[in-house]
Design a protein around this ligand. Sequence first.
Ligand SMILES: Nc1nc2c(c(=O)[nH]1)N[C@H]1C(S)=C(S)[C@@H](COP(=O)(O)OP(=O)(O)OC[C@H]3O[C@@H](n4cnc5c(=O)[nH]c(N)nc54)[C@H](O)[C@@H]3O)O[C@H]1N2
Ligand SMILES: Nc1nc2c(c(=O)[nH]1)N[C@H]1C(S)=C(S)[C@@H](COP(=O)(O)OP(=O)(O)OC[C@H]3O[C@@H](n4cnc5c(=O)[nH]c(N)nc54)[C@H](O)[C@@H]3O)O[C@H]1N2
Ligand code: SF4
Ligand SMILES: [Mo]
Length: 729
Amino acid sequence: MAGTSFSRIPGADGAHPTFCRLCEAQCGLIADVEGGRIVKVRPDRDHPVSEGHLCVKGPGMAAITHDPDRVTTPLRRVGGAGMFEPVGWDEALDDIADRLKAIIARHGGAAIGLYQGNPAFLSALHIAYSSTFLRSLGGSKLFSVLHNDGPGKTAAMGLVYDNPADKTFPDLERCDFLLILGGNPLVSHMSFVAEPRVLHRLDRIHAKGGVVVVDPRRTETARKYEHVPIRPSGDAWLLGAMLHHIFEQGLEDRAWLDRHGVGWQGLRDAVEAMTPERAESECDVPADRIRALAVRMAKARTAAAYGRLGTNRGRYPSLTNVFTEALNIVTGRFGEAGGWVIGKKPFARQGAPRPAFQPHGAARSRIGDLPMMLGYTPGGLVGKEITTPGQGQMRALFVTAGNPVNSYPNGAETAAALEQLDLLVALDFYVTETTRHAHYILPTPTFYERPDFTETWVANAPRPWVQFTQAVIEPVGEARAEFDIYNAVLSRLGKAALFAEDGPLGASPSLIDVIDTSLRKGTYGDDFGARPDGLSVARLIEEFPSGVRPTPSVDPAHSWTRVLTPDGKPRLCHPVVRTEIDRLLQSSGEDKRGILRLFGRRRLSSMNSWMHNVEKLVRSDRPTLQMHPRDAADRLIGDGQHVELRSASGAIRVTVELTDAVTRGAVSYPHGWGNAGGWRFAASLEGENINQLASSEPEDWEQVSAAVHLDGIEVTVTPIEAVADAVGG
Ligand SMILES: Nc1nc2c(c(=O)[nH]1)N[C@H]1C(S)=C(S)[C@@H](COP(=O)(O)OP(=O)(O)OC[C@H]3O[C@@H](n4cnc5c(=O)[nH]c(N)nc54)[C@H](O)[C@@H]3O)O[C@H]1N2
Ligand SMILES: Nc1nc2c(c(=O)[nH]1)N[C@H]1C(S)=C(S)[C@@H](COP(=O)(O)OP(=O)(O)OC[C@H]3O[C@@H](n4cnc5c(=O)[nH]c(N)nc54)[C@H](O)[C@@H]3O)O[C@H]1N2
Ligand code: SF4
Ligand SMILES: [Mo]
């Protein structure tokens, strides 16, 4: 750090060390400020883990911060959707509090809901304090991205370890062989793993033993390493057959399983019928290739099998994710260096105590009778919770950093339902497909305008680090931190401030106070002097402005302390697993010729639904329907043609891009488009909301995890002229 002088006062001219909060990588950044504005964003070469890495989106967020289309004053609805006028903070908050009082008096707190969007999971304590806010109002309807992002993983963590709140991940540092299913780390930067230099890590693993990417598209990652094309939703077959082969050949790590007393015979029997030949006809991966993958996974010195988004929203997300855990466990990789681990959370406060996931337990959704996970109501039910009468019908909703109209199935239904609410409050800095339906939009800072700490994802870092940042600039306009907004509402309702019960924080703590206490009492903290080497916010600001690695690498042995089953052993064959295998076997042998399945894709320069308003980022990122040339030829479709893409749930019109990168029988279109709201540039772009083709009927979702079915939807593709002819004739 010698020679570099950093500004610490928000908005002061000069270089401010900070970090990006768009994805788990949380790259270190240096933001240059002049006259209260961010004029440049550079990589932070002193960051102990990102070491100068960043992608276009980190600097792109500076353009969003200063986007003229941004909401910078509270807005009140004055007419139809999207019609707002500016209003003062006090007036807005007073009216919100009055309406809440009336709703609680009439319907009880149970009528209040809150939706936590993706950016809330990259904002220190946001999940904890917004959940606490809802509970203080007596509300219980908590929604989040859980059911479109990680439902299968969460269910599997519950079924295998009784610990749905943690997430296993690969120890990339010491790994020799990595199997990736349904993840594209070269674009996403590896979700549920915090490793900004993931490309370098994968290159090293590739050189040592191999990186194999199972995906229906030859993705950026698959292109660089080894690609195994698969039929969408085929992964449970692939993994089941790998397990079958491992048991048949006695390749399971018997010594490891005996040493840890892990029972595996039940799983062996359960996958008996899943032969590689049978799997080949169900997932299109050749039987010999399945056997070879199983042998590599079993015999590599160190190895891990990692599944991500593409394994979470197909037909069998829970089973697929349980099989992934099982593959790691029977090959002796769980809790081992270079294998499959659970890391330490830095904070003592881990949010509200979370109920365990019980697939047959009492906590079930009012609509659809689906199991609740981690206290969350299935996220696909936001609309139906509003429109379905009865005890607990939702009358008020807070949306904190989310866009459920775009990110969950059937946005048209959700949008219409939002209009029926007595109160919709959105904490956001854009008028979006969701917030345009709000009674009030309360403007919040972007990450450059708030203090923060690397709270959540550091637990999933192969090389753990922590960093605290001050706000780089003062909040733009009248933007106000979410924590302060929630406290302002609570105080108007005569309720205690968030976390005030924590005593030493005092009656109205600041977010930095709460972060400091949580850090000091946590894994790496100084425990208020009891551990003099430990960390505090003051120390991070003074000594480690670019972050610090408090420990050289993730501690594999810690993983075992997070196995919360009664006997402390992973459970490989929960009764639900058998039921799901039966369901899978029953679906086999169906004639699937001629069927097209739709799945999604991400691009480096965009982020879900809300980064399309900056021209520089969107330039090379227009949405197209990728289709295999032979599938297109069968339908007399050419490159660049406009087509109707239709599912049982809806239809949209899109432009075709022919490419053999997608496997035959599958087509790919990115999510997050069809932008409507206050975005002048984004709204002018071609593109449709792919989730209009996904079903919002709970019986169409996976019943174990309530995962919405977003990938592998059966579709037809028809040239627009043919559609017009059919209608005309
Ligand atoms: N078909 C399909 N659908 C998908 C996916 C897919 O792969 N395919 N991916 C899914 C996944 S993984 C996810 S995580 C979800 C995302 O689902 P959501 O979180 O519901 O939607 P986002 O598009 O991320 O919208 C985030 C919103 O937060 C706002 N925002 C950004 N930063 C902040 C902040 O710091 N504070 C506040 N208050 N607001 C902020 C943005 O303006 C935006 O309106 O989408 C899901 N939907
Ligand atoms: N640039 C960029 N980075 C991001 C995001 C972004 O929008 N843009 N979003 C962030 C968020 S919210 C998340 S959750 C992460 C997600 O991070 P990843 O999980 O890496 O996400 P995707 O790139 O969507 O990769 C999912 C892959 O699954 C494949 N797939 C679809 N169906 C199947 C299937 O049935 N089987 C298999 N094996 N594969 C399938 C798709 O082709 C795709 O390549 O990325 C984060 N990082
Ligand atoms: S990879 Fe890009 S989006 Fe992710 S944290 Fe780094 S700069 Fe931000
Ligand atoms: Mo996500």
